[in-house]
Design a protein around this ligand. Structure first.
Ligand code: ADP
Length: 424
């Protein structure tokens, strides 16, 4: 290992961690994402590590404890700056977890000031006068007001965060950000003098984030969505470079496992089949009936995979899913399908698959778990938010290329174009 990592990141969910890692790679850092807090050393010499937690909707005390554990590990790796990453829609409850985790990290780091901004203009999340917009509408008109776990009914982030922390929350507004580093630093000094120790920051474009970046160079803790990441590598003298995304050459067989039922994934499945590639549908009702769907699917894959990528999918249209959920229950159907797809992914790797695409956030979590993947080196972006990754799990110690696509990401031809992006 070298002198240590530059940036240590704590992400409150798995696909959010990948999103952040992807932005850091594009801005010039070599990045590893870990699944939870690692028990051992890093496999790669990198500039940044993103520890992926699943703490967004845990009870606040548990989220705090996991985040502090991640902090301790990142500091043990030499991290010079810490980045707490949350969702670009600021997903949280009045009880947290964004505020409590920021408070705990600031206490542990003895940090007197930090920023908080979910702005991610590339993904249409912008903050103006402290109000968060998703696309063209305020957060509370975007559908997020109806989110099943973290309904967001107030778009004013100063108010939202103030309700979650005992520290005073202020605002660095657009007029200040537009003037650049010196004005931002002056505003921070003024806020500190007023007793504030956290500032929501406006940003409506990547240029705003790039103006903000230099003012964060000496801030021990940054808290944000993944947008701010585009501006941090430059503070360490790093510039975008193609070799930061370099992964070992790809080998082996190719397969796709899809448990996502999002509209984009449905279109990708249709496109793959229409292009004449082999695909096998997995029927949840047959799993529920106790049939050995995994063995059947692997036998089918074995006889088709020699000719190119194969697709194994439970992806279905909303009406079909509702029918299955009506028979089996929502949670039961979900976890049963996830477990089956995860077992199939494992079997595929045992068969020699070394280039694997997984579609679906929860499905990805289940597959990564069953493959016992602890660390992912982040490679080049296939489509916005979805990079190829490289891991060395016990079943493939020489290396496995894996792409984890959350629901609505990716172009229609993702299941074929992904493989053409890999260097062999
Ligand atoms: P996304 O990222 O698109 O939300 P996820 O994998 O996170 O995808 O979630 C999809 C959920 O739907 C998973 O729990 C999966 O097991 C479940 N699922 C997949 N296919 C079916 C199906 N045919 N019927 C019912 N549930 C399904």
């Amino acid at each position: 290992m070298s002198a240590g990592i530059l940036l240590g990141c704590i992400a409150d969910d798995f696909t959010g961690a990948t999103d952040l890692a992807n932005n850091l790679v594009r801005a010039g850092m070599r990045v590893v994402q870990t699944i939870g807090v690692p028990r051992g050393p890093l496999n790669d010499d990198v500039d940044a590590v993103v520890v992926a937690l699943k703490s967004r909707t845990l009870p606040a005390a548990e989220a705090v404890s996991q985040s502090l554990q991640a902090l301790r590990w990142l500091r043990s790796q030499g991290a010079r700056q810490i980045y707490f990453k949350y969702c670009s829609t600021f997903d949280s409850l009045p009880t947290g977890n964004i505020g409590p985790v920021i408070d705990a990290l600031m206490d542990a780091m003895d940090c007197d000031f930090t920023i908080a901004t979910p702005a991610f203009p590339d993904n249409h999340r912008t903050v103006f006068k402290g109000y968060l917009f998703a696309g063209d509408v305020l957060l509370n008109e975007s559908g997020m007001q109806n989110h099943p776990l973290t309904p967001m009914t107030d778009p004013n982030l100063v108010r939202v965060l103030q309700a979650q922390t005992h520290r005073k929350v202020g605002l660095i507004d657009y007029a200040v950000v537009a003037q650049g580093e010196t004005a931002i630093r002056e505003r921070i000094a003024a806020l500190k003098a007023e007793g504030a120790s956290i500032a929501i920051v406006d940003a409506v474009s990547n240029d705003d984030l790039l103006r903000l970046g230099p003012a964060l160079a000496d801030m021990p803790l940054v808290t944000a969505g993944s947008g701010v990441a585009i501006a941090l590598p430059a503070n360490f003298g790093l510039r975008p470079a193609s070799d930061t995304a370099a992964l070992p050459p790809a080998t082996g067989l190719r397969a796709i496992v899809s448990g996502s039922c999002s509209a984009a994934t449905n279109a990708q499945v249709v496109h793959f089949i229409a292009a004449g590639h082999p695909a096998l549908a997995i029927d949840p009702l047959r799993i529920a009936a106790g049939e050995d769907i995994c063995a059947e699917a692997l036998a089918w894959a074995g006889s088709h995979i020699g000719g190119g990528p194969v697709l194994l999918y439970s992806t279905a249209e909303p009406a079909a899913i509702k029918a299955v959920q009506g028979r089996l229950g929502v949670e039961q159907a979900g976890s049963m399908v996830e477990q089956t797809l995860a077992a199939i992914a494992r079997g595929l790797v045992e068969m020699g698959v070394r280039q694997l695409v997984v579609a679906g956030g929860e499905t990805s979590g289940a597959c990564v778990h069953s493959l016992q993947i602890g660390q992912l080196r982040i490679g080049g972006q296939i489509d916005p938010g979805v990079p190829w990754c490289h891991a060395t799990p016990p079943l493939a110690p020489q290396g496995l290329h894996i792409a984890l696509k959350s629901g609505n990401f990716g172009s229609r031809d993702f299941f074929t174009s992904a493989f053409t992006r890999l260097r062999t």
